[in-house]
Design a protein around this ligand. Structure first.
Ligand SMILES: Nc1nc2c(c(=O)[nH]1)N[C@H]1C(S)=C(S)[C@@H](COP(=O)(O)O)O[C@H]1N2
Ligand SMILES: [Mo]
Length: 519
């Protein structure tokens, strides 16, 4: 066997590694697109996010221009990163292999496929049980590992065969290293790399179109707010880059953990059970005082207690930990799970649960922030007191009970209204939400909280929903007015600003709107 010069070996290794990295990325994207398999491109972010507490997380989010940008940056840099690592691996391979016998396959398989599989299995272990097509947690973990193994195998084969191709010597001149030959082969290899990169771009585009960027963070607020939010306008928050689209045939619901009789239900088993309809409002923990991460719907499903009772919680059971197929998880006290208003729902406003709101099944847990209402539910784990969910690990909480809040939807902040029009009455309206305590009263102030007038509650809803309020305001003098709204919950507690409440437990305070009445 002839010997390569160092620089040639390095170049050929780098090029083969680069192409192999692109080939591997293409395989990952294909797996994600065609089979909804979780790849490091997206679950690496899930894995890392638990290490970033809410404050720095918000800082980073601010720096990159929001959650959607952060997700895009995460995926792009994982993809770019793994291609760079592939190229560097190839370069090292080129230098090391220069003087060795290349006919033996196993060391490269070990180093470039088995080892990366082991390392990524260890590092990504907590997030491997993710599948965007609805596979249960354990099956998802196996499939993710298979996908990883296949991706690394493609990397290894492309690297080794590519390097051999680049450095192979024509048989007739076995003893000379023939430069133009390398040049021509490098050109061909470069073309292959470009074709594969074209594939990466094409599939990345397709995935981009079905990604959550277009709807994550959808708000529902303003003049058009109705008592029941239409499904298409319901607010939306997801941790995912691409949301699950669950295949009913793959999906099931497990009841596991500290229970006497663990059990698995198919969708048809659950649909055969006695259903209840329940109107319930959801609000995200990160909803701002003036923001619309809050909506109301009629949910149809079964009480979670029905499943828990037949499972029989054991001693030490204190919480339920609910898992989505996207490897999202959250917890709340077992006692709350046993409450007849805590549901597993399959329908939303009379329609099958939309994909983005958790098809085929999601949790509804009145009075708790939106994050506890786990979507794409696949496992109910009865757990001990220290079980923690996705955002809890990140450092959200410790309080997850919705505090009483209210919002002015009309008029807009910084409105200018002529005094002659104002004297005929300015219609005000908005919403008030008291978690699972209901709303008993809404008041308006036009002098920044000095004095208060009662507003009318034209849609009271129930204890578990928001109320819609309105008021006819007739200012007869021009001036700058600071409008404030405050609500009283069904237990008589007036909405307040809790100074000591950390923002990680959801903010409290009063929504204010400036209105300028002019001559
Ligand atoms: N499986 C899963 N469930 C989830 C989430 C998620 O990312 N994955 N996001 C949570 C958050 S933070 C909120 S506020 C609500 C939003 O529900 P919606 O999009 O149906 O309004 O879902 C919660 N349930
Ligand atoms: Mo949320």
């Amino acid at each position: 066997m002839h010997e390569l010069s160092r620089s040639k070996a390095a170049f050929c290794g780098l090029l083969a590694g680069l192409v192999a990295g692109i080939a591997m990325t293409l395989v990952m994207l294909l797996l994600a697109w065609k089979l909804r398999i979780a790849t490091p491109l997206v679950i690496l972010g899930d894995r890392l996010s638990v290490f970033i507490s809410p404050k720095p997380f918000f800082w980073i989010m601010g720096r990159v221009g929001g959650y959607n940008h952060l997700k895009q940056l995460g995926v792009a840099s994982s993809g770019f990163g793994q291609i760079v690592v592939g190229a560097i691996g190839g370069l090292i391979y080129g230098l090391v292999i220069r003087k060795r016998d290349r006919s033996r396959i196993w060391p490269t398989l070990l180093v470039f496929a088995v080892l990366p599989l082991l390392v990524s299995a260890i590092l990504l272990w907590p997030v491997l049980g993710t599948h965007y097509g609805g596979l249960p947690v354990d099956a998802a973990r196996a499939v993710t590992l298979l996908g990883l193994g296949l991706s690394f195998l493609v990397f290894e084969r492309t690297l080794v065969l590519g390097f051999d191709f680049l450095t192979a010597t024509p048989q007739r001149r076995a003893s000379t290293e023939f430069s133009p030959q390398v040049g021509r082969r490098a050109f061909l290899m470069g073309i292959l790399g470009l074709v594969l990169a074209g594939g990466v771009t094409a599939i990345a585009r397709k995935l981009f179109r079905i990604a959550t960027f277009s709807y994550d963070g959808t708000q529902y607020k303003g003049a058009g707010v109705q008592p029941i939010t239409p499904n298409e306008q319901f607010y939306c928050v997801t941790k995912n880059v691409i949301d699950p689209r669950v295949n009913e045939g793959l999906w099931h619901l497990e009841v596991t953990g500290l229970v006497q009789n663990p059990r698995t239900y198919r969708l048809q088993d659950l649909k055969a059970m006695t259903m209840v309809d329940q109107e319930t409002t959801l609000m995200c923990i990160s909803n701002g005082l003036d923001a619309g991460l809050m909506s109301n719907a009629i949910w149809r499903g079964i009480p979670m207690a029905d499943l828990l009772q037949s499972a029989g919680p054991l001693d030490g059971a204190a919480k339920v930990k609910l898992h989505g197929v996207d490897n999202y998880a959250d917890t709340f006290p077992l006692e709350k799970a046993m409450d007849p208003t805590t549901l597993i729902v399959f329908k939303m406003n009379g329609q099958t649960l939309p994909h983005r709101h958790g098809f085929p099944a999601r949790v509804i847990v009145p009075g708790y922030f939106g994050e506890k209402h786990v979507k794409w539910l696949t496992r109910i784990e009865v757990a001990g007191a220290d079980a923690k969910g996705f955002y809890e690990r990140q450092g959200w909480g410790p309080d997850f009970i919705v505090p009483t809040r209210s919002r002015i939807d009309v008029p807009d902040h910084e409105s200018w209204i002529k005094v002659t029009d104002a004297r005929h009455g300015i219609p005000l309206k908005g919403v008030a939400f008291g978690g699972d305590r209901g709303i008993s009263r809404v008041e308006m102030s036009f002098d920044d909280g000095e004095s208060w007038d009662d507003a009318a509650i034209h849609y009271p809803g129930t204890k578990l929903t928001w109320s819609l309020w309105s008021h006819d305001w007739r200012p007869d003098e021009s001036g700058d007015y600071t409008l404030v709204v405050r609500a009283t919950d069904g237990e008589g507690q007036v909405q307040e600003f809790e100074e000591d409440r950390p923002f990680t437990s959801g903010i409290t305070g009063f929504h204010k709107v400036m209105v300028h009445i002019f001559e």
